[in-house]
Write a protein of this length. Structure first.
Length: 133
């Protein structure tokens, strides 16, 4: 009787466990993609293809380091700024104000301009520079 000392190499690979795993993954992906999230159904507005042709007035208010206020490059006081912004708002209800506060300006001066814009219900934004420029 002869003893076989070496293991006989496999002629084929058993792919049954690999196919089982593939089928399980396939079922999981199918279930996950078809599962719908329950919630309220809403109708979202459709965007229009035509560009906006409305041009609104933009006022630039600068706050200098010494506290001076410039409206479009012209020095004004706070009451003058209020009257000019109110007049511009009466002409164009969609007008906007861009506030450029110098980094050395006192924060209270910039806040006064922001409060004035809020009081007049004017759209406003703070202008900043990019880091490194």
């Amino acid at each position: 009787m002869q003893v076989q000392s070496e293991a006989k190499p496999y002629d084929s690979i058993n792919v049954t466990p690999m196919l089982d795993l593939a089928y399980v993954l396939l079922v999981v992906f199918i279930l996950m993609t078809t599962a719908s999230v329950q919630g309220l159904s809403i109708n979202l507005p459709k965007p229009s293809n035509k560009p906006s042709t409305e041009k609104h007035e933009l006022k630039i208010v600068q706050v200098m380091p010494d506290g001076a206020v410039l409206l479009n490059g012209v020095g004004v006081s706070l009451p003058e700024l209020e009257t000019q912004l109110a007049a511009a708002k009466a002409r164009d209800a969609g007008m906007s104000v861009a506030i450029k506060g110098d980094q050395r300006a006192q924060y209270a001066n910039v806040v006064a301009i922001i409060d004035l814009c809020n009081k007049l219900q004017v759209n406003m934004g703070l202008v900043t520079s990019r880091i490194g420029t």
